[in-house]
Design a protein around this ligand. Structure first.
Ligand SMILES: [Zn+2]
Length: 262
C-alpha cells in the first residue's frame, strides 16, 4: 500500500515537472524562436590562413562544428594543417594567394597569382597550389581584390577547378569579383562569403561581428562566414566559442561549405 502511494506520488510529481516544462498550447510560436522560413537555416563556417602554424590553429581545430579549413600552399605546416583538419572531419580548401589592389606583396605568400603572369604561368601556379594541399575539395581566395576582378585570370583558375572537380568559394574581397559570373558560365559550383568576422583585428570589432553573425544566422536561410587564424585567431576562436551554442540554440544548423554551393 505504502509502495503504491509512493509510486502515485512519484508519477504525480513527474507529471508536474513535465507539465511545467511543456507549455499547454504547443501550437503557438515561442517568442524566442525566429521566423519559420519553411527550411532549416544553415550556416557554413570557413577559417582562412592555415599552413603557417598561425595563432589560434589548435583552438579552431577543436571547434565543435564542421568548418572549412582554408590552407595556404607551400608553407611549413601546409600538409600538417590539411591532414589535421581532414582527420577532425573538416573540409579542406586551397587558400590561393591572389594579388590585391592594395597591400604588401609579402602578405601574399609563395606561389601567388598575380595579374602580370601569362596564361600558362597562371595554369601552372593554380595546378601546383592545388596539388600541394592534400584532401582539398575546393578553393577560396586569400586577398585577391585585383585578381578576382580579372576575367582572363579567373577563367583559367576556374577551368582548372572544373577539370579537377573542385568548387570555388568567393571570399568577396571586392564587389567587382567575376567569380560568380564565370563559375555559372563554366558550370563550376560556387558560393560567396557573407561576413568577415575579423577584418579588423580588435577584440571589440570581432565581438561585434559575432553578434552580426547571430543576426544573419537568424534571418537568412544560408549564411557563409569567414574567420582567420593568425593575429586575430584566438579572439575569433573565443567569439565563435560563444556564438556557436547561441546559433544552434536558435535552431540554425552548421553545415559543410559544400552544401552551400550552387
Ligand atoms: Zn587569407
Amino acid at each position: 500500500m505504502y509502495r503504491t502511494k509512493a509510486l502515485i506520488a512519484a508519477v504525480l510529481l513527474l507529471g508536474m515537472v513535465i507539465g511545467a516544462a511543456v507549455p499547454a498550447d504547443t501550437s503557438s510560436a515561442s517568442p524566442l524562436k525566429p521566423p519559420d522560413f519553411g527550411a532549416v537555416r544553415r550556416v557554413a563556417l570557413v577559417i582562412d590562413d592555415f599552413g603557417n602554424d598561425m595563432l589560434g590553429t589548435e583552438q579552431m581545430m577543436e571547434l565543435p562544428v564542421p568548418f572549412a579549413a582554408a590552407v595556404m600552399p607551400f608553407l611549413p605546416t601546409t600538409k600538417r594543417d590539411a591532414e589535421w583538419a581532414h582527420r577532425k572531419g573538416h573540409t579542406v580548401l586551397v587558400h590561393v594567394p591572389m594579388e590585391p589592389n592594395a597591400g604588401k606583396p609579402e602578405w601574399l605568400g609563395p606561389g601567388a597569382i598575380t595579374t602580370k603572369l601569362t596564361d600558362e604561368e597562371v595554369r601552372q601556379r593554380i595546378t601546383a597550389a592545388i596539388e600541394d594541399v592534400p584532401y582539398a575539395t575546393g578553393i577560396n581566395n586569400h586577398m585577391g581584390s585585383k585578381v578576382t576582378a580579372d576575367e582572363r585570370i579567373m577563367r583559367i583558375i576556374l577551368t582548372v577547378c572544373k577539370e579537377k572537380g573542385l568548387f570555388v568559394l568567393d571570399s568577396r574581397t571586392t564587389d567587382k569579383s567575376v567569380i560568380g559570373k564565370l563559375a555559372r558560365e563554366l558550370g563550376v559550383p560556387t558560393a560567396s562569403n557573407n561576413l568577415f568576422l575579423d577584418d579588423v583585428y580588435t577584440r571589440s570589432h570581432i565581438a561585434k561581428q559575432g553578434v552580426k553573425l547571430q543576426k544573419l544566422a537568424n534571418t537568412r536561410e544560408a549564411t557563409i562566414v569567414i574567420g582567420h587564424v593568425g593575429v586575430p585567431g584566438k579572439h575569433t576562436a573565443d567569439v565563435l566559442g560563444s556564438a556557436i551554442p547561441a546559433i544552434r540554440q536558435s535552431g540554425a544548423v552548421f553545415v559543410p561549405i559544400a552544401q552551400m554551393m550552387q
